[in-house]
Every structure is written in structure tokens, then in C-alpha cells.
Design a protein around this ligand. Structure first.
Ligand SMILES: [Mg+2]
Length: 228
């Protein structure tokens, strides 16, 4: 029986893939069987997100199983599909997870865009996360505004009946300054993490430094992953 988490973001380009890769590497490094699923990708992300996830997972199944629906335009998947004269297969968004469910292990799903970004003409990421029955890993970029963006998304997700398993602030660029300087980018990131931890009791809040391999402090993904 597989278990999993759904990695989502407060926006596009906030560092979801880096976080998903770090989770996969941690689990694989601990000897767990892992799977990776990107329900739809656009903007040449087949060679990007899906390939990165697949490599981090140790190349289980196939790259096509990781991402069955790829569209080249760098816009939302359903609109990128339209540009190519195609449509997102909404059923395949859901059935594409089946091979991973059957393979077992812990599956890390990376959504496309943010939680309320569209995947298909009628499916938002929030709908797929709910249909798959997976708890969310909320990712935000570690920069000014992270507290408000993250709390807004966590509250919206909970209002939709979803579970927020963890939050990770992702440093999409190297941050200047020292963590103990509250006015520097590094200090803003550190203080944002600490304040989110205080405001979201019971939710692990991690940080992924730029180009780092590990999320700190370490999060127990095995405990947080749920059966889909
Ligand atoms: Mg990504």
C-alpha cells in the first residue's frame, strides 16, 4: 500500500520541485521505496520537474509514469494544452496515480502552480489533492511576505477540508546577510520560519536553503504521509 504527500505552493516558482526532490532524497536515503508523480507539466517541465523528481526517486517505473501529460507552453497546463490543439485528460490526472499506488512505498506528488491553480478545464490542484486523499506540503519562497502568503494558503486549504502536513520555506536564490540580522534576507527567512512555527502549532515548518540537499530542521515524512 502506497502512502503519500501532495507538494503544493502559494504560487508558481516558489521552489516546489526543490522541496519535492529534497523529500524524495531524504526518504530514499533512509532506505524507503519512493515514487514521484507530476500530474501535468507545462513549459518544458518534462525534462525539468519530472526528470528531477524521477532521478531523486532512483528512477522507479518510467519518466512517463512520473508525468503522463506534458505541454510545451510555459503557461497553465490546460491553456498550454489548448495552444497545442489538445486538452488535459482530467481522468488521467487521477488514474495516472494508480501505477504508483500499486508500486507501494511513499509517493511524493508535485502539483502544478499553486493550490488553486488549474490543472485541467474543471480540475484545480486542490481538487486533485482531495481526490487523491493526500495531505499537503505547503511550499513558499523564503522571502518577505512568507508569513502572510503561507497562513493564507493554510487557512484556505483547511477551509477546503484538506490536511496541511508540513510547511517548507524554499530559498529559490541565495539569501544575503546573516540569520541573526532581522533586516537581511537571511534574517527575514529565519524569522518567517520561526513565526510560522509559532502560529501553526503541530505543523512542522522546515527551511530548504538555496542549493541545499536537506530541509532543516528535519521533518519525519514517513509519519506525515497518508494512505491515498
Ligand atoms: Mg516545479
Amino acid at each position: 500500500m502506497a502512502r503519500g504527500v501532495y507538494v503544493t505552493g502559494t504560487d508558481t516558482d516558489v521552489g516546489k520541485t526543490a522541496v519535492a526532490v529534497a523529500i524524495l532524497r531524504q526518504l530514499a536515503g533512509q532506505g524507503h521505496a519512493v515514487g514521484a508523480y507530476k500530474p501535468a507539466a507545462s513549459g518544458g517541465a518534462a525534462g525539468g520537474d519530472a526528470a528531477a523528481l524521477w532521478a531523486a526517486a532512483g528512477r522507479p517505473l518510467s519518466l512517463e509514469a512520473v508525468c503522463p501529460q506534458v505541454f510545451s507552453a510555459a503557461i497553465a497546463p490546460h491553456r498550454a494544452a489548448r495552444v497545442a490543439g489538445r486538452m488535459v485528460d482530467e481522468r488521467l490526472l487521477r488514474t495516472g496515480f494508480e501505477p504508483w499506488r500499486e508500486a507501494g512505498g511513499i509517493v511524493v506528488v508535485e502539483g502544478a502552480g499553486g493550490l488553486f491553480s488549474p490543472l485541467g478545464d474543471t480540475t484545480l490542484n486542490v481538487d486533485l489533492a482531495r481526490d487523491l486523499g493526500l495531505p499537503l506540503v505547503v511550499v513558499d519562497a523564503a522571502r518577505l511576505g512568507a508569513i502572510g502568503r503561507t497562513l493564507g494558503l493554510v487557512r484556505a486549504a483547511r477551509a477546503e477540508g484538506l490536511t496541511v502536513a508540513a510547511v517548507v520555506l524554499s530559498q529559490v536564490a541565495a539569501l544575503a546577510g546573516a540569520a541573526d540580522d532581522p533586516t537581511s534576507p537571511a534574517g527575514i527567512a529565519a524569522d518567517s520560519r520561526a513565526e510560522l512555527a509559532a502560529r501553526l502549532p503541530g505543523v512542522p515548518i522546515g527551511m530548504l536553503a538555496h542549493a541545499a540537499e536537506r530541509i532543516t530542521p528535519a521533518i519525519d515524512w514517513v509519519r506525515l504521509a497518508c494512505r491515498p
